[in-house]
Design a binder for this molecule. Structure first.
Ligand SMILES: Cc1cc2nc3c(=O)[nH]c(=O)nc-3n(C[C@H](O)[C@H](O)[C@H](O)COP(=O)(O)OP(=O)(O)OC[C@H]3O[C@@H](n4cnc5c(N)ncnc54)[C@H](O)[C@@H]3O)c2cc1C
Length: 416
């Protein structure tokens, strides 16, 4: 704890300037309580450069709760003004796209919402959060710098950087992604399974308009999704076995487009062009504990899940909002926010929700990648059954919007 202008300030070291790390910096430094903190953030990559004429290959389907969190952090209006693609419908199917059974359609009109979420670029989220943070006097942003070692004890935390600097803090927030260095160095245990799958990601132009709809077909090798982009193209997220993913990413453009057209059953007609393709390994991982003395894990550092329902970033932003709320409340009560008892309040609020999502995604993945003569018709009948139950569909849509359960104030805040 240090004093600035007679006021006590708590020092926070955020490791990782991905969307989740930048979001918690912005949430802590928002409003009148900002002066309570002195924040440092380390990020090995250079600062993001968003480009108006180039849609980032990394896009996320963000829920309403995430939209509210980014609005609370001061970044949503900048994102919406530049490029956010609302999706108003979602069509999920298995087998033949034109068959009478095996399809589920969700429409925002059925729940009186303007949309079911937005497709937003990674680089744009990070750029807008950085815009919000620019010029904060109690923030020290360091790009091109990586954490090398960390020592955390009840009395305080100390890290060294790859640039040879030693830094101390009251709290270290690990937002350093699925391969978290903080988590490994502190030997915080995880449970996890590699899916033996990778996701191939690209943008494609299609013959038919995407109609502001997220399309997803379940194949027995994994799901393939087409997410609507603002320029009329769709973002492909094709999860499949490692070997097929390698083939898809190295195939010629014509071969890839033909394979995608077949995999999506021609739902959007001919695929007429494809961008560069990149691959991401998929792994379900969950940290057994989200905190230890003076350290909290958030976002992918605490959990990674299958992208089939696009939830990883949404869970990470909720972690950031809940941890910021817990830390601010602790300081408001005169408590030491780095005390393990305080950090455990964050863990208690988030762990159950994250485990439930992880298990749901894992179960869905297993159900849809299992083949057998009876399974496919049973699954198709199940999807048609849910499609015919408006109340069940409304509940699923509200869940996907992230508007159920105990939410932090930042996620609840309504649109202006
Ligand atoms: C194919 C695919 C599609 C997805 N689609 C969706 C979706 O539609 N919706 C959704 O909600 N989620 C989605 N996700 C999940 C989402 O990508 C992640 O949950 C999200 O990126 C996690 O953000 P993060 O900030 O926690 O981690 P990251 O984005 O991984 O950021 C971690 C940061 O830490 C930095 N770092 C690493 N090591 C160090 C170190 N030693 N010192 C300092 N900094 C360090 C890294 O450079 C990086 O900037 C998808 C995932 C995949 C793979």
């Amino acid at each position: 704890m240090t004093r600035r202008g007679g006021e006590q300030t708590r020092s926070v070291l955020i490791i990782g300037g991905g969307p989740v790390g930048l979001a918690i910096a912005a949430l802590l430094l928002e409003g009148s309580a900002a002066q309570q903190w002195s924040v440092r953030l380390l990020e090995p990559r250079p600062a993001p450069q968003w480009a108006r004429d180039d849609i980032d290959l990394r896009v996320f389907a963000l829920s309403r709760a995430s939209q509210n969190i980014l609005r609370s952090a001061g970044a949503w209006d900048g994102i919406a003004a530049r490029r956010a693609s609302p999706y108003r419908r979602m069509v999920v199917w298995e087998g033949d796209f034109r068959a009478a059974v095996g399809k589920l359609t969700f429409d925002c009109a059925e729940i009186g919402e303007p949309d079911l979420g937005h497709i937003v670029e990674d680089r744009l989220i990070r750029s807008c959060l950085l815009e919000v943070l620019a010029g904060r006097e109690n923030l020290d942003l360091r790009f091109g710098v990586e954490l090398a070692t960390v020592r955390a004890e009840p009395g305080g935390a100390e890290i060294t950087t790859t640039a040879g600097e030693t830094l101390t803090a009251d709290i270290v927030i690990a937002a350093d992604g699925g391969a978290s260095t903080v988590r490994s160095l502190l030997e915080l245990p995880v449970v996890g399974v590699p899916y033996g799958q990778e996701a191939v990601v690209a943008h494609v132009a299609t013959e038919c308009a995407h109609a502001d709809t997220a399309w997803q077909r379940f194949l027995d090798t994994g799901p393939v999704a087409l997410l609507p982009l603002t320029d009329g193209r769709s973002s492909v997220v094709w999860s499949t076995g490692t070997e097929q993913a390698r083939m898809l990413s190295t195939a010629s453009e014509a071969e890839f487009m033909a394979a995608l057209q077949s995999a999506t059953d021609g739902a959007l007609g001919m695929i007429s062009s494809v961008s560069e393709r990149v691959r991401f390994p998929l792994r379900a991982m969950h940290a057994r504990q989200y905190c230890s003395a003076r350290v909290a894990l958030i976002g992918d550092a605490a959990h990674t899940i299958h992208p089939l329902a696009g939830q990883g970033m949404n869970l990470g932003l909720l972690d950031a909002a809940v941890l910021a709320e817990v830390l601010r409340a602790a300081v408001g009560r005169g408590e030491d926010p780095g005390d393990l008892r305080v950090l455990r309040r964050y863990e208690r609020r988030q762990k159950g929700r994250n485990i439930k999502s992880l298990l749901t995604m894992d179960a869905l993945h297993r159900v849809f990648t299992r083949s057998g003569p009876l399974l496919a018709p049973v699954r198709a009948a199940g999807m048609s059954l849910v499609d015919a139950l408006p109340a069940a569909k409304r509940a699923l849509m509200r869940e996907a919007l992230g508007l159920v359960g105990e939410l932090p104030e930042a996620a609840r805040r309504q649109l202006a």
